[in-house]
Design a protein around this ligand. Structure first.
Ligand SMILES: [Zn+2]
Ligand SMILES: [Zn+2]
Length: 196
């Protein structure tokens, strides 16, 4: 299971529609379940696909306050091992059989890369909505406790009254978009070191 958070003006529908358009073709089938706030896109092998084992992966798209949390659940393999195993056995019996199994192998390898493709589709759609793993502009502003003026993140003192703004400005993990607490050096969500 892997989660990334896209901050900005983006909705689960925006992402669900694009995932459908991209994955509901060829040997794959995509279906959307759920309501506006929380949508699930299931991407699976089309029944009766000409080659490869069966696989299914679910992408959960959840509306959060300033964007969408995207979770890709563990990919399920239904008969992929069996498909690959059959390839190996038939090749041992007669190496020429490999030629007949190349389509299956190619499809299985392609299916193994679904997660990467999902992340790249999501990153591309987010970009068109100007959403990213960085906290959105709206939340990048910090209200001054003394005069109420919204200040950009990184400002040391209030641009209006000059009062010190302190250290409560939110930052996110640039790898996955998780909102970090001050002083955290590794991201609690993805485990990667925090770059600032
Ligand atoms: Zn102020
Ligand atoms: Zn992270």
């Amino acid at each position: 299971m892997e989660q990334r958070i896209y901050h900005g003006d983006i909705t689960p529908q925006d992402l669900a529609q694009s995932l459908l358009a991209y994955f509901n073709r060829g040997n794959l089938r995509a279906q959307v379940y759920g309501a506006e706030q929380e949508m699930n896109v299931q991407i699976s092998t089309r029944p009766g696909a000409q080659s490869g084992g069966l696989t299914a992966v679910t992408v959960q798209l959840k509306q959060i306050e300033d964007g969408v949390a995207v979770t890709i659940n563990e990919q399920e393999w239904l008969g992929l091992a069996a498909s690959m195993g059959q390839t190996v056995i038939s090749t041992l019996v007669n190496p020429w059989n490999l030629l007949n199994r190349l389509d299956d192998l190619a499809q299985d390898v392609e299916n193994l890369q679904i997660n990467e493709k999902i992340w790249s589709v999501i990153a591309a759609v987010s970009q068109t909505h100007r959403a990213s793993t960085q906290i959105s502009e709206r939340y990048q502003r910090l209200e001054c406790l003394y005069c109420g003026t919204a200040n950009p993140v990184g400002e040391g003192s209030c641009i209006a009254c000059g009062a010190p703004l302190g250290n409560i400005q939110p930052v996110t993990c640039l790898s996955c978009g998780f909102v970090l607490l001050r002083g955290e050096t590794t991201c609690p969500n993805c485990g990667r070191p925090v770059r600032r």
